[in-house]
Design a protein around this ligand. Sequence first.
Ligand code: GDP
Ligand code: MG
Length: 438
Amino acid sequence: LAEKLQATLADVRGRGTLTEDDVNAAMREIRLALLEADVNFKVVKRFTNAVKERALGSDVIGQLNPGQQVVKIVNDELSELMGGESVELKFSSSPPTVILMAGLQGSGKTTATAKLARYLREQHRSSVAVAACDVYRPAAVEQLITVGRQAGAEVYERGTDADPVEIAKWAHERATREGKDVLIVDTAGRLHVDENLMKELAEIKRVTNPTDVLLVVDAMTGQDAVNVAEQFAEVVQFDGVVMSKLDGDARGGAALSVKSVTGKPILFASTGEKLDNFERFHPDRMAQRILGMGDVMTLIEKAESQFDEAQAKELERKIRKSEFGLDDFLDQLRQVRKLGPLQSLLGMMPGLGGHQLRNLRVDEREFDRIQAIITSMTPEERRNPEIIKGSRRIRIARGSGTNVQAVKALIRQFSQMQKLMKSMQSGKMPDIGALMRQ
Ligand code: GDP
Ligand code: MG
């Protein structure tokens, strides 16, 4: 889906002026791309109409960059389609908060139960228990014991002989008695939505009175996933969706349709088999991921509001004349850091879609160390790092709370950077990838 949309939008993006025909042609392509991605056809129709209306409205015609505006509209509407704002779990004012997990067999409930337990322990410092109410599938209880413990949750189980509704009730009482913040109830699923499953689920819901009912939906099943969600919505009220196996869903159809078909937002995305492949779902970020363009707007806005233009010009002049010293480097580093954590800046950089840089872990502490080292130097040393030897190096290391190796490494890197800058043709950007790998 991403490729198709990108190709279509790349076409539109460059246009200086935009006619109604351009918009119509683009919408035709977008419609096809969405249908191919297995997005529900009603959703597709509503979506393309909304985009077209805004694109043809006063919004765009006569704008400076109409093509870019269309891209922004598509981006906005994609995000809107998935609910716009990200939605949080509810927490009960009288613990435990009970979260009931529902969904078909194999949708990823047990995995998501453990992932959510881990997430709540880490992000909310909650004490979490999980209840094993799938007594039908062989080894289902064993599976929850394993992953639940990995997640650091206490596992409440009574084997496979007890009745699921009884277990749920017992687990709720026990969680209350033991003062757990959260109880997550893992339930059984069938291959298809059936009456017995629904009855049992409704009973479990009645006896545990959950704060949130989460439906786990397998993104890889595309259109089917949405149908399942719709059927569940008719029988058991749920509050939100966990979209599982998003890592295997190249098309994005399920994620795009589920909110507008069921009216329920996606709260979490499960993106792999490991426990930490789990995150809150942000419609705007998902839209950008689908468009594969990074959050260009935010990046530009941030840069504009933070960078002093005069300063940037001066910097450019210094680079040309090779007067760029450690003081300037420190200045620049501070400017960049004002924009936010470097990790998130990388994520917003366009064109890094599948690039390895995207997965680069930025260690912010490394930048703290660099700042500390530079600020421990005298003005003279900052201008002429070559003079930093022996006792100066020891003084700087002490002053910055680092060590001699770190001081040496910084000076070496800086001199490499200076060389690189000198060799740069004016106006050309250095290869950021190469810089970061150094
Ligand atoms: P349940 O029957 O609903 O409890 O589903 P399980 O949690 O047992 O998951 C079924 C299978 O899907 C298991 O093999 C999981 O490892 C796998 N699975 C679950 N979530 C994800 C995910 O986000 N990505 C991938 N790739 N596999 C997943
Ligand atoms: Mg299970």
